[in-house]
Every structure is written in C-alpha cells, then in structure tokens.
Ligand binder design. Structure first.
Ligand SMILES: [Mg+2]
Length: 247
C-alpha cells in the first residue's frame, strides 16, 4: 500500500458502471445524490486535474452530471473537451449510409437491440437481447470488413462499439496528461469495463494507478471497488482527506 498526497493526483473517471449504476438502457442512468457535488469538490481539490473518460458522447455526460461540464474524453476519445466548460472537439462523421442501413436491418431483425450513433462511432446495445450476442458480433465483424476497414469493433458490458481504428481510452488519458493542469501529477484511472483496460494500463505505465470496479466484466475478487456506490463513497472521502491510500 502507498500513502500519497491527494493534491498530487489526477483523476480519470469512467461513467457507466463506475460513477453511476448500470440501468436497463443507457438513457435510464442518473447521478446518485451527492455525486455531482463530490465531483465539484474534487475539481477544486485537484486544481482542475479531473477528467471523465467515457464511451458516451460528451453532451450525454453533461446531461447526466448536470450542471457541471468537466474536462472529458467522450466516445473513447473521439470527442475531447480539454478545459472545464470548454468547447468539444468532435471527430468527423465517417460512416457510410450503407453501413447505417445495414445496422438498421440488424435492429429490425432483433427489436431488443438499441443502436446509438455518435458521429464518428456507433454503439450497439444488446442488454435487452443478450441471447443475440454471438449473432450480433458475427454480423458486425462482417459489416466492418465489408464497409469500414478504418474502423474496429470494441466490446463493453452488453454493448458492441464500432470506433475509429486506434481510438482508445488509454490514448485519451495519455493525451489529457499532456495538459498543464495534469502535468507532473500521478494519474488514477477508475473503470469497470473492457474499454477501460487500456486506460488502466496507461495510468499504471505513467507511474499511477488503475483501479477496477466489479461488475459484469471484472469479478469482485480482482476489483478494487465492489461497485459504483463504493466508488462514490471513496471519492467523497478522497475530496475530504489530505492523503489517500492506494494499492
Ligand atoms: Mg463503464
């Protein structure tokens, strides 16, 4: 265990399954009481060195965390907001109509599938139709190789993501660590899912910590946190203490 000065850290936080509890559909999630004020306290505490790193679009993150507009990497880093309340840099929409039409056909074949377009990426949620997973993966791989070899298939908790090749949360964290607000700080990444692994590894490689949250991807035995409520109480303590104990 290491005791480090809370003021010398930078926090990188995933949203779904980390800060907020997973709900039946992505639109149902909400910030639990006290979460937003904890984040506000942390932003002051860390002198601005706090960023949200999510697969969601930044405008969605803002809706969930209203009224704050923190530094954020959205859509796994396709969208970037490098200053609190700053403008959002967005990747170019690169999807062909033929791919979108093909995705619509998949959805028509299985009504439980939810397709979410995010400019330069698409999420295909199957939480309402988990039995479709293998069928969906086969079809999505086939569509990408036919239409978009510049894209790749990512996976998360009950979701497939078609994202520009080379995009990752790890790259987003490395990018944000170049900002003056983050320079010289110890990065701490907290995440619950497969796309967070690259950011967990990046934080560790940069001399920091990658802390995982138990759920459908990480088992409780290997996770630092047992769920989002545990993350929220840890963050609340972090915002009030001068030192933090890390593994
Ligand atoms: Mg997550």
């Amino acid at each position: 265990m290491h005791e480090i000065c809370a003021d010398s850290c930078a926090l990188f936080l995933d949203v779904d399954g980390t800060l907020v509890d997973i709900q039946p559909t992505p639109n149902d999630v909400f910030a639990a009481d006290g979460l937003v004020s904890t984040l506000q306290d942390l932003m002051v505490r860390l002198n601005g060195a706090l960023a949200i790193v999510s697969g969601r679009r930044i405008e969605e993150i803002d809706r969930i965390l209203s009224p704050i507009h923190p530094i954020a990497a959205g859509v796994h880093g396709v969208e970037m907001r490098r200053a609190e309340n700053g403008t959002i840099e967005t990747g170019e929409p690169t999807f062909s109509h033929s791919l979108l039409r093909a995705l619509q056909n998949l959805k028509d074949a299985s009504p439980g599938i939810v397709i979410e377009t995010k400019y330069a990426a698409v999420s295909v949620h199957y939480r309402q139709a988990p039995e479709m997973r293998a069928w969906l993966e086969d079809n999505l791989r086939r569509l990408i190789s036919a239409h978009h070899q510049d894209m790749e298939l990512g996976q998360g908790r009950m979701v497939f993501e078609i994202i520009p090749r080379g995009t990752s949360k790890g790259r987003a964290v490395r990018d944000l660590m170049r900002l003056p607000l983050f320079a010289e700080r110890i990065p701490i990444m907290i995440g619950d899912d497969s796309p967070d692994l690259s950011a967990v590894h990046t934080a560790t490689e940069m001399g920091g910590y990658g802390l995982t949250v138990a759920g459908e991807f990480f088992a409780k035995e290997v996770s630092y946190f047992n769920g989002p409520a545990h993350v929220r109480s840890w963050l609340r303590d972090f915002s009030r203490q001068s030192h933090v104990i890390l593994p």
